[in-house]
Design a protein around this ligand. Structure first.
Ligand code: SAH
Length: 603
């Protein structure tokens, strides 16, 4: 999904311009500075909001000073080919500057905005100015075989040379390039390989559909070699591949995903019915395959289904020991993303405990790129900044299993889903539930074909420790006091063991609406092993406006001091309180029991 731009505004004047920009673009997700502009989605800090959108891959239109944007994004600039475009617009709409990613969408976005506002976009990239296109950044569906030659080639044209065009490419033919038959420079376009050079650029259109079939568990190297041989035999460049295609049962075949990744092309699957519709066009139908799979040839049928009714089979089925491959040529660039379906993806994402800057860039990206967000209502609100077009599935507290099942069902249907947890998704949260469900499911369950990933988050225990000082500096453990899923007796045994082992203990779920008995019992057990003044950290609503962190002695711990949104850390025999010069307190646990003797201690 290519998300709509985030339009970030600081003032009411900027908001008026933002509304005009959104109207001109037919979309965009306007966010304003909290307290200054009245928008549905707000942010507190422009620089943080810019970075959050940028690392999430969302295109940005910023209505503020260009310098502010430069300073905010400088620390997160990393890879210009993968980053979203950034356009700065003056608050009165008088100037439009494509600041970053000129050749990756910013020039285009700036031109569209400028057109809507009736001004000129400040395009500064050299190629664009002279010829109306960027040779090193062809439009989507085209690949330049020799990008390293683009600079010298462009310099030649800017110095006055003429260029001859071979093959069909409307985006080049319609540009302002200085075409001349005998200019000494050449651009070649086609699906066949061709040697490039400083005076010859070679572009390949993504018109080739690779159809694949295989036995389950085929080796990636076998599939890669078969594709390579098939392309060589047909005289086709790998850069002309628009997609790899197969039957939906093969949606999780690892070798096909590996091939797609190394060829940088999408892998999509069709249902049996779609493949059957191609049977009349198969060159090498097989009755044995038809009996076994339900269609007389997977590779040829998949290639043809992707190439469309006007496409042609250019290489009939080739076989290796356990795989098959066929090639078809489509009349146009393949729109693979709209064909059949992709493997569904379920990202189980940890939001961290509240604050946006306690969230990893990976988690932010997983949230921004998902088509569906599934989670507890409150966490979805915390996730904020939903890109346009994303669907939210909000659940009430509890309902964990239903949430996990629904997320798996959506992903099994080919959707890109993010299931959100607060803190870390693997700590008393959704990730293990998802694994329990798929592990318990039938071997043939579509849930098992979903691409699963877990994006970690800062867990409440770490946030609490950081706020209090460094109480987790030596061995520690975590215990949940919720007896919903664990027998009461087991919890008591664990507290007993932790107390006897002199672990620092982080208590999650210290109380619930109905259960307040365990914390006093924990206190009683711990006091048998620890001093009454052992430091206890009570951290409530970490990362939120209502955050409160208190330090009390173990004997003063009272269950009335905690609620469901509190994390409790009880120190070990070594944990100490440090009185800060400003009159505050911090809690820390030294790195070693006897530092002086511990020569191996690392800083
Ligand atoms: N996955 C979460 C934990 C979920 S269990 C994580 O890794 O943080 C829920 C318990 O976590 C709460 O009862 C509370 O003890 C703790 N907790 C979660 N978020 C918190 C926060 N923002 N402040 C304090 N405690 C929190």
């Amino acid at each position: 999904m290519s998300p709509m731009p985030a339009i970030l505004v600081l003032t009411p004047r900027g908001l008026a311009t933002a509304a005009r920009i959104r109207a001109g673009l037919d979309g965009g997700d306007i966010r304003g500075r909290a307290g200054r502009v009245d928008t549905a989605v707000t942010f507190d800090d422009m620089a943080a909001a810019l970075r959050a959108c940028f690392v999430a891959g969302q295109p940005i239109v910023a209505l503020c000073a260009a310098g502010l944007v430069v300073r905010a994004l400088a620390p997160v600039l990393h890879d210009k080919t993968a980053e979203p475009p950034v356009v700065v617009v003056a608050e009165d709409g008088g100037v439009v500057i494509p600041l970053l990613g000129g050749h990756h969408g910013a020039n285009d976005l700036a031109r569209r905005i400028a057109e809507g506002l009736g001004v000129t976009a400040a395009i500064t990239t050299a190629g664009d100015l002279a010829f109306g296109l960027a040779l090193d950044a062809p439009p989507s569906g085209w690949r330049l075989a020799n990008p390293d030659d683009a600079k010298a080639f462009m310099a030649g044209l800017l110095a006055g040379a003429g260029v001859a065009l071979t093959g069909e490419a409307p985006w080049l033919a319609d540009s302002d390039l200085p075409f001349a038959q005998e200019g000494g420079y050449e651009i070649r376009c086609g699906v066949e390989p061709c040697e490039g050079g400083p005076r010859r650029l070679v572009y390949h259109p993504a018109r080739i559909a690779v159809g694949l079939g295989s036995e389950r568990g085929v080796e990636a190297a076998e599939v890669a070699a078969l594709i390579e041989q098939s392309l060589a035999e047909a005289g086709i460049s790998p850069l002309a591949i628009g997609g790899l295609f197969s039957l939906d049962l093969k949606v999780d075949e690892a070798a096909f995903h590996a091939a797609a990744e190394s060829l940088r092309a999408p892998f999509r699957v069709f249902d049996l019915e779609t493949l059957r519709a191609e049977e009349a066009r198969l060159e090498t139908p097989s009755e044995a395959v038809a009996r076994e799979v339900g269609v007389a040839g997977v590779a040829e049928a998949a290639a043809l289904a992707a190439a469309g009714p006007d496409g042609t089979l250019i290489l009939a089925k080739r076989k290796s020991r356990r795989a098959t491959c066929a090639l078809a040529l489509a009349p146009e660039i393949l729109a693979a993303e709209r064909m059949g379906r992709a493997r569904g993806r379920l990202a189980i994402v940890g939001l961290g405990p509240g604050r946006a800057d306690w969230r990893t860039p990976e988690a932010a990206r997983a949230l921004a790129s998902a088509g569906h967000l599934v989670g507890y209502k409150l966490y979805l609100d915390l996730a904020g900044e939903a890109p346009a077009g994303q669907k939210a599935h909000a659940y009430e507290l509890g309902q964990e299993e239903e949430r996990a099942r629904d997320a798996l069902d959506l992903a099994a249907g080919g959707e890109n889903v993010a299931l959100v947890s607060s803190g870390d998704p693997g700590v008393y949260a959704m990730a293990s539930l998802v694994y329990e469900l798929i592990d318990g499911a039938d071997a043939a369950s579509p849930w098992r074909r979903v691409a699963l990933e877990v994006a970690p988050g800062l867990t409440a225990m770490q946030a609490a420790a950081a706020r209090a000082g460094a109480p987790l500096g030596h061995d520690f453990c975590a215990i949940s006091l919720s007896d919903l899923l664990t027998p009461h007796e087991t919890i008591l045994q664990r507290i007993q063991a932790a107390a006897a082992g002199d672990f620092v203990v982080a208590f999650y779920n210290p109380v619930s609406a109905t259960r307040r008995r365990l914390l006093p019992e924990a206190k009683r057990i711990l006091l048998r092993h620890r001093r009454p003044d052992t430091p206890v950290v009570l951290a409530r609503q970490l990362g939120r406006d209502a955050e409160r962190v208190r330090i009390v002695g173990l004997s003063d711990l009272d269950v009335a001091m905690v609620d469901m949104l509190t994390l409790v850390i009880v120190g070990s025999s070594q944990t100490r309180v440090y009185q800060t010069p400003s009159g505050g307190q911090a809690v820390y646990t030294p790195r070693g029991y006897a530092i002086a003797e511990n020569a191996e201690a690392t800083p």
